[in-house]
Design a protein around this ligand. Structure first.
Ligand code: PLP
Length: 397
């Protein structure tokens, strides 16, 4: 092993020095070796990839599909993504010019921020939010502008948006997660329309993270791109909808002129996504099959959500009933510690149950925990039994 030369540690950029290790990651590492640990921390589906999707990846390998594709990704995949977005959400992005294939939604988000941010530009992030947004913003020289929306059922309202924009002139972009990780909140068409009316008066780019779009329980998923097409880039993919997190395929969709600029960065960074993964994602986006695949998983998630909401409510946790994704963001009961980080560690120590402390998701997350229900029913039943024990034994009299 080579010794670390401390002087070499000074080579890293100021931007990187600003990025703190994620408290969620630190927690996950700290608890991973605890014997008998039960984790409801994971943000990835517990289902297997459907067989016909796996077969498409295998077929691509067998057919020697081993050369560089174009940076936007195979046209077959972009056509399938077009069909998917059109059929499911009435979004009509042209496969040749308005869709880009990325290495998961993650690369799409990073590339997009890298393409638009100048030093000091602000990125408006309604919180509690997916923590990666703030770190990616900092890594690209920008400043996250957190807007705590925990008091408005976790949704950004037009009034709050107007008020923030009145005092911040350097907002370049805004990240809207719909459905939301960590809260499961979803926006209705009217709510999006009202936000779009405010944003139309500005040149702010909306980065619409719709990676959980297939997992909306009541009502139909609505996209900001429907109401603000000139200023929205949709981020989506197959990771959550098709249980394909490890395949690493996402998409960006938006106006051709913006996509062309973003493709410049994307091409330099990743050149092109992996062919077998693109072949699998093409099959996944194939709409007739896609509906069968995603609807079965969604039905299972819904049953789990209903079970957890009932159990947690009985234990004194309060929550906005989540309408999407696979997370519950629950307020710790008043007669337990309100320090969510202490709560999370104590729950592991006493009951070997891991949930994520809410404060890691930014302002408004303090005093909450995030529970993932990307886990089978017997696991959730055992988890609730452990939580029941914990609450019974630690309640402040
Ligand atoms: N966006 C949100 C809101 C997420 O929760 C996640 C993963 O947890 C991602 C993006 C990352 O998606 P991908 O695995 O496609 O990169």
């Amino acid at each position: 092993m080579v010794e670390t030369n401390e002087a070499m540690m000074g080579i890293f950029s100021d931007r990187l020095q600003q990025v703190a290790p994620s408290p969620i990651h630190t927690f996950s590492e700290a608890v991973s070796d605890v014997p008998n640990i039960l984790k409801l921390t994971i943000g990835e589906p517990d289902f297997a990839v459907p067989e016909h999707i796996k077969a498409a990846a295998v077929a691509a390998i067998a057919a020697d599909d081993s050369h560089y594709s174009v940076s936007a990704g195979s046209l077959a995949l972009r056509k399938a993504a077009h069909q998917f977005l059109l059929t499911r959400y009435a979004l009509d992005f042209q496969p040749e010019t308005e869709i880009l294939t990325t290495v998961g939604a993650t690369e799409g988000l990073y590339t997009l921020l890298s393409a638009v941010l100048n030093p000091g530009d602000e990125v408006l992030i309604p919180t509690p939010a997916y923590p990666v947004y703030a770190e990616m913003t900092r890594l690209n020289g920008g400043q996250p502008l957190f807007v705590d929306v925990s008091d408005e059922a976790f949704l950004l309202t037009p009034d709050r948006l107007r008020a923030i924009l009145a005092t911040h002139q350097q907002v370049k972009a805004m990240i809207l997660t719909n459905p939301s990780n960590p809260t499961g909140a979803t926006y209705t068409p009217d709510e999006l329309k009202a936000l779009a009316a405010v944003l139309k008066e500005t040149a702010i780019l909306v980065i619409s993270d719709e990676i959980y779009s297939e997992l909306q329980y009541d009502g139909v998923h609505a996209s900001m791109a429907t109401y603000l097409p000139e200023q929205t880039i949709v981020v989506n993919g197959v990771s959550k909808s098709h249980a394909m997190t490890g395949y690493r395929i996402g998409i960006l969709a938006g106006p051709a002129a913006l996509i062309a600029q973003i493709n410049k960065v994307h091409g330099f960074v990743i050149m092109t996504p992996s062919n077998p993964a693109m072949a699998a994602a093409t099959e996944a986006f194939n709409c007739d099959r896609s509906l069968i695949d995603t609807q079965a998983m969604k039905a299972a998630y819904q049953t789990r959500r209903d079970f957890l909401v009932t159990e947690l409510t009985a234990l004194g946790f309060e929550m906005v009933r989540p309408n999407g994704a696979f997370y519950i963001f629950a307020k710790i009961p008043a007669d337990l510690t309100q320090d969510d980080v202490a709560f999370a560690y104590d729950l592991v120590a006493r009951e070997q149950l891991a949930v994520v402390a809410g404060s890691g998701f930014g302002p408004g997350g303090e005093g909450y925990i995030r529970i993932s229900y990307a886990a089978a029913m017997p696991v959730l039943e055992e988890a609730m039994s452990r939580l029941k024990n914990y609450v019974a034994n630690t309640r402040i009299a």
